[in-house]
Ligand binder design. Structure first.
Ligand SMILES: [Fe+2]
Ligand SMILES: [Fe+2]
Length: 282
């Protein structure tokens, strides 16, 4: 394997710096903190349920290859990636407890997620890493949307808003780490694309199922207003998933690299754009 030399063309690479954050641990004041919309709110709660064990799985899948990486720069990036994902997991666990106190079955959902992860760990190391590459692309696209459209978080609970902004910045900073490890140690373009298709089908069905469980626990049936707003929020002109699909399409290009999508401007000046989030750094 061409391990000592960079297998990709030079690209922008920010410093990957894990930040310790002091988030408030209080539950959101409103049960459905995203515009009082249960469909939008539970989508983000379901994502938060996926994060802790999901991100620990990402770390696990990269660690399999860590010793094969001889490039000290990439080694340093792996270290930053592991530190960032570990912090994300801990913060989202804290948030999940706060969401649980609103009456949502977060422990049950994260328990089911953990079982899924145990299964994923039985797959080949290369497939596990391809799955991480796919999920990292998804989170970086979501992060881009949030940092480009932070106004959608304006009326959201401040802790959730701050956590999402911080998480988004770090997801973009480390978006190419698992990818670069994959390219150097596995480098199977067909598997990368095929696993992305499976990952997206599995992710969206899992998210929807978790949302159903949350709404069922609350005995809440979304109103017509909520369905309409949610449709616009996800698939409208400035819809979050519609935007995500554009990033997804790029992933299927042979030879694609995460930094082919220029997100540099979104993370370079984040501390000025989000001073309240920057102030939470310890
Ligand atoms: Fe993360
Ligand atoms: Fe990540």
């Amino acid at each position: 394997m061409n391990n000592n030399k960079s297998a990709s063309t030079p690209h922008y690479q920010p410093e990957i710096k894990p930040r310790r954050m002091a988030f408030d641990t209080q539950p959101p004041a409103r049960k459905y903190t995203f515009r009082d919309n249960s469909l939008v709110s539970t989508f983000f709660y379901a994502l938060s349920a996926l994060f802790p064990d999901g991100e620990r799985f990402f770390i696990h899948s990269v660690r399999h290859y860590r010793e094969q990486i001889l490039d000290p720069e990439l080694q340093q990036q792996i270290k930053g990636f592991i530190g960032q994902e570990a912090h994300h997991g801990v913060s989202h666990e804290q948030l999940n407890r706060a969401i649980e106190s609103l009456g949502f079955p977060m422990s049950k959902i994260t328990g089911a997620m953990l079982k899924r992860i145990e299964f994923l760990k039985t797959l080949s190391h290369s497939r596990q890493l391809a799955l991480t590459v796919a999920m990292e692309h998804f989170t970086a696209s979501l992060a881009e949307f949030l940092l480009k459209n932070p106004d959608i978080l304006d009326d959201v609970d401040p802790t959730i808003r701050q956590m999402l902004i911080w998480h988004a910045v770090e997801e973009i900073e480390h978006k190419a780490v698992a990818f670069d490890v994959y390219r150097r140690c596995v480098n199977n373009e067909f598997m990368r694309k095929r696993v992305m298709v499976i990952a997206m089908v599995s992710l969206f069905s899992r998210l929807a199922w978790y949302q159903v469980q949350m709404l069922w626990a609350d005995r809440h049936w979304p109103s017509l207003r909520e369905w309409r707003e949610a449709w616009r929020f996800f698939w409208g002109k400035r819809g979050i998933l519609r935007d995500n699909m554009k990033g997804l399409a790029k992933f299927f290009r042979t030879g694609f690299h995460p930094w082919d999508i220029d997100q540099q401007a979104l993370i370079e000046n984040w501390q000025q754009r989000f001073p309240d989030v920057a102030a939470l750094q310890r």
